[in-house]
Design a protein around this ligand. Structure first.
Ligand SMILES: O=C(CO)COP(=O)(O)O
Length: 120
């Protein structure tokens, strides 16, 4: 099962804490992690193997959206920062839309991610 891990800058610390709290589940060998570029650096530093895409503003969200569309990515945990502006908002919307099109579970905040991770 491939899980995408993405966090806007204001949410990266929260994401690292989330990953550490759920390490036992996320380190299972059936699970592989992919990530946008800068988030991926932090995921790696936290001790996880992760395939890093481009940074979000450079197309990383779009790359993950393509994997969702192709049926390669099965869950997206995306801690969005609703209080910041993002130059690549169209890519973010595309990713969320494609999750809905392909019925891929998408958490856009910590509370939903907690529920999804418990369902694995
Ligand atoms: O911008 C992002 C998601 O839209 C995240 O990208 P980075 O992980 O490269 O910061």
């Amino acid at each position: 099962m491939e899980i995408a891990i993405i966090a806007h800058d204001g949410k990266k610390a929260e994401m690292v804490q989330f990953l550490n709290e759920h390490k036992k589940i996320l380190l299972q060998k059936e699970i592989s992690l992919i990530s946008t570029g800068t988030t991926g650096k932090k995921v790696k530093k936290a001790g996880f193997e992760v395939i890093r895409m481009l940074s979000g503003p450079m197309g990383g969200d779009a790359q993950i959206a393509a994997r969702v569309a192709e049926g390669k990515c099965h869950m997206v945990l995306f801690f969005r920062d609703p209080l910041e502006k993002h130059p690549h908002e169209p890519d973010v919307l595309m990713l969320m839309r494609l999750c809905d099109v392909h019925d891929v579970p998408l958490a856009t905040n910590l509370a939903t991610a907690e529920l999804l991770i418990k369902a694995i």
